[in-house]
Design a protein around this ligand. Structure first.
Ligand SMILES: NC(=O)c1ccc[n+]([C@@H]2O[C@H](COP(=O)([O-])OP(=O)(O)OC[C@H]3O[C@@H](n4cnc5c(N)ncnc54)[C@H](OP(=O)(O)O)[C@@H]3O)[C@@H](O)[C@H]2O)c1
Length: 249
């Protein structure tokens, strides 16, 4: 891995897909889907992992589905005004879950989450749309937060803070499709690590590897193959370099 940019973490998008490029669905319940899921986990979270990252980052929908289960916090509308700016704490935890939550809606119960064998400190990434009472709630749970952007999350501002404040040199971009596309098209994703299960379910409603919310018809990005490796139960691990959008044509 060539850590090209000294100012921000090296970002690799690590995703489990079906043969049809879907990232959710019943293909995951097949034997091939389950085995590919184990390959996916081992590469980034297992004891002999290939990617020795210090954190992973996911969108609000992915967090709701996997960790907060659509719980919403009981907020105190009369909370005293919190100090302006970021709330930086627990910086030496070593492993972080970076939660993109622009409006501040996720109902965390604790500042630490457990993902199978991995324990991580939550970092909430908010925009200026998040309320004072939500920030007070995060402070009460001792959950660090970073405010990046107004209507949209400003990832170019966020990434250097993750590196300098939380010592994250290698960051996994962990979906979903909306977030993956945002990073790739803005040139902030260096590598795509695809674990493709030898299974498909035919769904056309489940999310795909990338989703361009702005242009439903899409616009293309290019990738360069780094490595392709057969893995357990006919799954494939494919690594691509994400080509800088400016250099595509
Ligand atoms: N197979 C895999 O490896 C894998 C990995 C991860 C996720 N998944 C699956 O993917 C699905 C979710 O994917 P998804 O694409 O629907 O959602 P997502 O990317 O998880 O989350 C999208 C949300 O994140 C926030 N967001 C993302 N980009 C933003 C930006 N540029 N600016 C501001 N906010 C931004 C928005 O939150 P608000 O709506 O609150 O504004 C947006 O609705 C789930 O089913 C999950 O289980 C699969």
């Amino acid at each position: 891995m060539n850590m090209t940019n000294p100012d921000r973490p090296y970002v690799f998008c690590h995703i489990l897909t079906s043969l049809a490029g879907r990232i959710e669905g019943t293909f995951m319940d097949t034997l091939q889907g389950i085995k590919a899921g184990e390959v996916f986990y081992d590469l980034a979270f297992g004891p002999d992992r290939f990617y020795t990252m210090q954190g992973w980052l996911s969108g609000r929908v992915t967090t709701d589905e996997n960790f907060t289960f659509y719980a919403r916090p009981g907020l105190n509308p009369d909370a005293a005004p919190v100090p302006a700016g970021d709330f930086i704490t627990n910086t030496d935890f070593g492993m972080f879950y970076v939660s993109i939550d622009p409006k501040g809606v996720l109902g965390w119960k604790s500042n630490v989450l457990q993902y199978e064998t991995t324990k991580a400190m939550v970092i909430e990434v908010l925009t200026s749309q998040a309320s004072n009472s939500y920030k007070a709630y995060l402070r009460a749970l001792d959950i660090p937060y970073i405010i990046a952007g107004d209507a949209q999350v400003d990832f170019a501002t966020l990434l250097p803070k993750l590196k300098t404040l939380f010592h994250i040199d290698l960051l996994m971009l962990g979906g979903g499709g909306i977030l993956n596309w945002t990073f790739m098209e803005s040139g902030l994703c260096d590598e795509l690590s695809l674990v493709m299960a030898a299974a498909a379910d035919g769904s056309f409603t489940t999310p795909g590897l990338v989703t361009n919310r702005q242009y439903p018809q899409g616009n293309p990005l290019h990738f360069q193959l780094l490595e392709a490796k057969p893995m357990d139960d006919s799954s494939l691990w494919i690594r691509y370099k994400v080509l800088n959008p400016e250099k595509m044509w």
